[in-house]
Design a protein around this ligand. Structure first.
Ligand code: SF4
Length: 292
């Protein structure tokens, strides 16, 4: 059975008609495909949530370097900084940044992470979702609802375009992760369906054109640090959406624009490590060093 919801417009109309939140419509739609029950869907989401929490906890405690030795202690450094000085953005933002680094660094240590939507962008959704939930007593059930909301966002974008950096650039990886995180956050904050979808639109619209130019061909530089940046981007999108600041371009058109932008992007800037940051003097020197 084909999935009946293929655009955000359809999702919005159905949510309105049935007076449902996005996660309710997403679950109902998935159950209608006949493969999973609601219980199974929620249990799978819980499993992912638990894996995300475990990756954060392991990442916070470790300074083990990545195999390339190019990274591994950024999360530790940020924690040390925040022990002495608060971020001007507040303590939840501190957690978001450290959790994003913790998860990304765990990924490089070959730890278990949840690709959401990809491994390179794995720190964005968990950091925003879990930091906010911890600081605002959000129940596990509500966290699962938020994760299913984020999943529905990823599914709808993936319905139109590839989420691989090699096809769409980093806008399709970290950009989509940020949009998913903004949806989860807006859901947990009690945002309406319109506000959740608008947060997604604002997050994606403002990341169009982000290239994928990994140094030394590794999902490491700039990927690790890109995660905390794009996690805070998700918070900004949610703040604007909660203030009813509307994206003048509707989300489905933004996704079309993102797909077109990905096609127009040079192959040198799509995970080939043939351009951009990957071809800087320092990147070339680092690559020679690693090859030695
Ligand atoms: S820069 Fe490329 S490899 Fe790194 S996270 Fe972005 S899309 Fe993935």
């Amino acid at each position: 059975m084909d999935n009946v919801i293929t655009t955000f417009r359809q999702l919005y109309v159905i949510c309105k008609q049935k007076n449902q939140q996005i996660f309710e419509t997403a679950i109902e739609n998935e159950v209608a495909q006949g493969e999973y029950t609601e219980y199974q869907i929620r249990m799978q989401a819980k499993k992912s949530l638990d894996a995300m929490k475990s990756a954060i906890n392991s990442g916070l405690k470790s300074t083990e370097p990545s195999p390339s030795k190019l990274s591994g202690d950024d999360c530790f450094k940020l924690q040390k900084r925040f022990e002495k000085f608060d971020s001007i953005l507040g303590t939840t933002a501190q957690k978001i940044m450290t959790y994003a680094l913790a998860t990304s660094e765990q990924n490089l240590r070959m730890g278990t992470i949840v690709a959401c939507p990809t491994a390179g962008s794995c720190g964005i959704v968990p950091s925003v979702l879990i930091a906010f939930a911890q600081d605002n007593n959000i129940s596990e059930n509500e966290q699962i609802n938020a994760l299913i909301t984020a999943g529905e966002v990823g599914r709808l974008v993936a319905n139109k375009m590839s989420l691989a950096g090699a096809v769409g650039g980093c806008q399709a990886e970290c950009g989509v992760a940020s949009a998913m995180a903004s949806a989860a956050l807006t859901q947990m904050r009690g945002g309406s369906v319109k506000q959740v979808i608008n947060a997604v639109a604002l997050a994606l619209k403002n990341i169009l054109g982000l290239t994928c130019d990994p140094v030394c061909g590794l999902v490491e530089i700039p990927c690790v640090k890109r995660n905390p940046f794009l996690a805070i981007h998700a918070v900004t999108a949610s703040e604007l959406a909660m203030a009813d600041i509307i994206s003048k371009i509707p989300i489905d058109e933004i996704i079309d624009a993102m797909e077109q932008t990905g096609k127009l992007m040079s192959p040198l800037l799509k995970e080939s490590s043939q351009g951009g940051l990957a071809k800087t003097k320092t990147a070339i020197a680092l690559e020679k060093n690693i090859l030695k």
